[in-house]
Design a protein around this ligand. Structure first.
Ligand SMILES: [Zn+2]
Length: 180
């Protein structure tokens, strides 16, 4: 029985899409190549000259991921669907590390712990906690986890150099989460 994964390159203030685009595309390929998942990719809707310094596309990316979730519910139970909100923020040029955030009380905490441990071993560990106020966590219907894959302004080169291990670690966290 296949599982389903929604990859949402969350179009949010501070989230550097030029960084997350790489991770999202690579992770998409890695997940598809396993043959274990139906993977829905919420496309990046930012234009090349558009900064990440606004939230105008946030609502559309969440709405689209909710549309995908609705489609997936025809074939999958809600426990068999996981959404990843993919982030790589800019902050102060120094901050480093992987973070994973889940909605309070959600079983997403189980996946958050797994991905935090595995990707944190590559990029460093920063924060693992519940966040009730994050728009994407709050408004996405699917069980979802927001992962910060390090920081764009201090770790983008490191992410590029470790792209395959990062995506393989994330895929392995997904596999463990689904117990397959
Ligand atoms: Zn972020």
């Amino acid at each position: 029985m296949k599982k389903a994964v929604i990859l949402n390159q969350s179009q949010q203030l501070g989230n550097e899409w030029k960084g997350t685009y790489l991770i999202t595309q690579c992770l998409y390929s890695v997940l598809l190549s396993t043959g274990l998942y139906n993977v829905k990719l919420v496309p990046c809707m930012r234009l090349d000259n558009q900064s990440s310094g606004d939230n105008t596309l946030l609502v559309s990316s969440v709405n689209l991921s909710n549309d995908y979730y609705g489609q997936l519910l025809h074939d999958f139970s809600k426990d068999d669907i996981l959404q990843l909100d993919i982030h790589m923020d800019s902050f102060d040029g120094k901050a480093k590390g992987c973070s994973a955030f889940f909605y309070p009380g959600s079983k997403g905490s189980e996946f958050a712990s797994l991905v935090y441990e595995k990707v944190g071993n590559i990029l460093g560990k920063r924060t693992l906690e519940s966040r009730g106020g994050l728009y994407t966590l709050k408004n996405s219907i699917a069980r979802n986890v927001l992962v910060e894959f390090g920081f764009y302004d201090s770790q983008f080169q490191q992410v590029k150099d470790n792209l395959i291990p990062i995506c393989n670690s994330t895929a392995s966290a997904i596999k463990e989460y689904f117990k397959i």
